[in-house]
Write a protein of this length. Structure first.
Length: 419
């Protein structure tokens, strides 16, 4: 398993789930010139990792050695972001997903689903900062910036990533923007608070086909909205479920969505935890390394919730994934392929499929750590492996609204072959 590649994908998926939104600015720091605070936080992290974290085959007792390897950096870190970066470098040595340390600021953004900034999703290019999405109602959207715009200057200086764009609420930032028609325009935006929620959407592809976009399974996932969209989807013979850039989220939301596609199912896979492995060894004498055998032996299966407020969709289904599709979205794609024969189109997913919890790690910092692995109903381990599409198609370099989408176009052709 190429853990370096996996970590790269996970880092990218982490960015994707937050939509690359320009983050809130905060001058308040927790660890600045406070070694005693760092010590307290690291003690809490160490306790959680060594006593509670679990993944079959990973020795979390190695944490003190990993931490010691980053000691010089940790001692020198001068703010929360640097401290978190260095802790995460130590955590990455386990080579597992869902082991992540976050700053108080990042934790607050996640908790409130809001942040302060101008409200864009962006990508750094050779020519500037490409706007790929504007958040409805946020400053950039109100000012008239649109996907495809290229930010070339910030405060009169050439763009350097997002440098100069974050800042406190109520302050201003001057941008020079090149529109797609080649014309330049200057904007003065006042940074403001805005919601980071992105509701699920159903769009018509053609008279027979619709596409359901599910951007996350996190707590902003709306079961009511998804139910309503799936009711509308019933009039279409074909449905494309777009899970690209969906980094995952809560298992209960995954179960809700699966229930709208899979009726009366006995289970789509198994979460393999410490207690299950111990019981398997005691009762069968089998190996703790044979995860497929453990999963097959256990009666505890991940099951879809019964569809209560929307009918089960019975048409043909194609699922879209990419390298930023992680965790619950990977389980969803593989389950729909196994259970209803859905075809998967796109690029190989992140391979980040562990059950985890996010808990306080002292002074506002949060720690995510894993509790169990996952094995599909057909005995496949997705962690480190990902979902391999039936039809591999790479995303366009920049996925903009109304621009050609080769993955979607390929998915559409699959229906014409089978209808």
């Amino acid at each position: 398993m190429n853990y370096k590649k996996l970590r790269s994908r996970l880092a990218a998926a982490s960015l994707a789930i937050t939509l690359l939104l320009v983050p809130a600015f905060s001058s308040a720091q927790t660890v600045d010139t406070k070694p005693e605070v760092k010590k307290e936080i690291l003690a809490k992290v160490s306790d959680l990792i060594t006593t509670r974290a679990y993944v079959p085959g990973i020795d979390f007792s190695k944490w003190p050695a990993f931490l010691d390897g980053e000691k010089a950096k940790l001692d020198a870190s001068k703010d929360d972001d640097e401290f978190a970066r260095d802790v995460n470098e130590a955590l990455q040595k386990f080579g597992a997903s869902h082991v992540f340390f976050t700053t108080p600021r990042s934790a607050e953004i996640r908790r409130t689903s809001s942040t302060v900034g101008i409200g864009i999703s962006s990508l750094t290019t050779d020519d500037g900062l490409l706007v790929v999405r504007t958040v409805p109602g946020a400053p950039a959207d109100k000012a008239g910036l649109v996907p495809g715009d290229l930010i070339v200057e910030v405060a009169g200086k050439k763009v350097e990533g997002i440098k100069g764009i974050p800042g406190p609420e109520g302050t201003q930032v001057k941008l020079k923007v090149k529109h797609q028609n080649g014309q330049f325009q200057e904007f003065t935006l006042t940074r403001a608070a805005f919601s980071t929620k992105r509701p699920e959407e159903l769009v018509e592809v053609n008279k027979d086909t619709a596409k359901l976009n599910v951007y996350t399974f996190d707590f902003t996932y709306s079961r009511e909205n998804v139910d309503n969209l799936m009711k509308k989807a019933q009039k279409y013979k074909n449905l494309i479920l777009d899970l690209r850039d969906n980094g995952g989220g809560a298992v209960v939301n995954l179960q809700h969505l699966l229930g709208l596609f899979i009726p009366n199912d006995d289970g789509v896979g198994t979460f393999v935890d410490r207690r299950m492995v111990s019981s398997f060894e005691e009762e069968t004498g089998g190996s703790d390394k044979d995860l497929a055998a453990i999963a097959k032996w256990s009666p505890r299966k991940l099951r879809p919730f019964p569809a209560l407020d929307a009918p089960v969709y019975k048409g043909k289904v194609v699922v879209l994934v990419n390298q930023f599709s992680g965790s619950a979205s990977e389980i969803c794609a593989e389950a729909l392929r196994d259970e209803i024969g859905a075809q998967v189109v796109g690029s190989k997913s992140a391979g980040a499929v562990l059950v985890s919890v996010i808990v306080p790690a002292s002074h506002g910092f949060m720690l995510q750590y894993p509790l169990a692995d996952y094995i599909t109903i057909k005995g496949q381990r997705l962690e480190g492996n990902g979902v391999t599409p039936d039809v591999e198609v790479s995303d366009a370099k920049y996925r903009l609204p109304n621009a050609p989408d080769p993955v979607l176009e390929k998915a559409e052709t699959l229906f014409t072959k089978t209808n």
